[in-house]
Design a protein around this ligand. Structure first.
Ligand SMILES: Nc1ncnc2c1ncn2[C@@H]1O[C@H](COP(=O)(O)OP(=O)(O)O)[C@@H](O)[C@H]1O
Ligand SMILES: [Mg+2]
Length: 273
């Protein structure tokens, strides 16, 4: 049976897209699942940018305009088992998109993949509501601060109203500083378990500049390891840390993704929009 997992937050910039790109990559590469990740943040889409997929001729926008079938907007990533459905980066492609069709168009993928992960828009606008409605299960991404936590409380209430099962909170950008909310405080406020704590990690920013998820760029980084644990948890599999020998090799960069990556250029950005 295909699982549809929404990755949602009230506030923007908390790490949803980062989480989707990394979960998709690690579920496919390490846990050998067949995964489709979908950019359902139609108005301010980013998922393709995080994966170096800029010039996609067909996107979810055309699917939601009834112009093409969803399979035509699906692209193989370079990891076997991972496919991506990007949304358009162009303002012109927003016209005529009906995000309310999302739940319906995803049905064509049921039974053809193990897991569909939806990268939501923030807040509770049309895009985000459509994502919540299309999801069977939802993960809330939060930071250890009051404003984003207040928004998650609201998102959780909405998910309950809709009947979407909340799996828990991914607490991201954790610095373990005194001024941060603790995971216990967040659990009490949100009334959900904190299922993962991703540290504030420069490797994530480096990996973004290189257009590759951190679990591939540096799997043994603090955030890379946490994403691997989280993916295992979603599958009900206990994460086993690597043996001494593999960790030793990784420490020296052996086993990291070898593909040469270039930073994104200003010209590339101009061509995309
Ligand atoms: N754990 C982290 N440590 C450092 N930077 C992070 C972390 N998680 C996300 N970021 C950075 O924060 C920014 C926002 O993340 P993003 O995934 O785009 O958030 P959202 O999709 O919720 O808007 C990006 O620049 C991303 O690289
Ligand atoms: Mg995003």
């Amino acid at each position: 049976m295909t699982r549809v997992i929404g990755v949602v937050s009230g506030k923007g910039g908390v790490g949803k897209t980062t989480t989707v790109a990394n979960l998709g990559s690690i579920l496919a590469s390490h846990y050998k699942k067949d995964v489709v990740i979908v950019d359902t943040n139609i108005s301010t889409s980013h998922l393709g940018l995080y994966l170096g997929m800029y010039y996609c001729p067909v996107t979810l926008n055309q699917v939601l305009k009834d112009e093409v079938k969803i399979h035509e907007a699906m692209y193989d990533y370079h990891i076997p088992g991972l496919r991506v459905i990007p949304a358009s980066l162009s303002y012109n492609d927003l016209k005529g998109v009906d995000i309310a069709k999302l739940k319906h168009v995803l049905k064509d993928l049921f039974g053809k993949t193990d897991i569909i992960i939806l990268d939501s828009a923030p807040g509770l606008g049309r895009d985000a509501m459509a994502t919540l409605q299309a999801s069977d299960e939802v993960i809330f991404v939060n930071t250890p601060f009051v404003p984003s936590t207040m928004d998650i409380i609201k998102c959780h209430q909405v998910a309950n109203d809709i009947g979407t099962k909340a799996l828990g909170v991914v607490l991201n950008m954790v610095g373990k500083e005194k001024y941060e909310l603790s995971p216990q405080e967040i659990e009490q406020l949100v009334e959900l378990p904190v299922i993962s704590m991703i540290p504030m990690d420069k490797n994530i920013l480096k990996s973004l500049a290189l257009k590759v998820p951190v679990v591939l760029y540096n799997p043994n980084s603090p955030s890379g390891k946490e994403y691997k644990k989280l993916a295992g948890k979603l599958l009900g599999i206990e994460y086993k840390p690597q043996g001494f020998f593999t960790s030793f090799l990784k420490l020296f960069g052996i086993g990291r993704e070898k593909q040469k990556r270039e930073m994104i250029t200003k010209d590339e950005i101009k061509r995309m929009i």
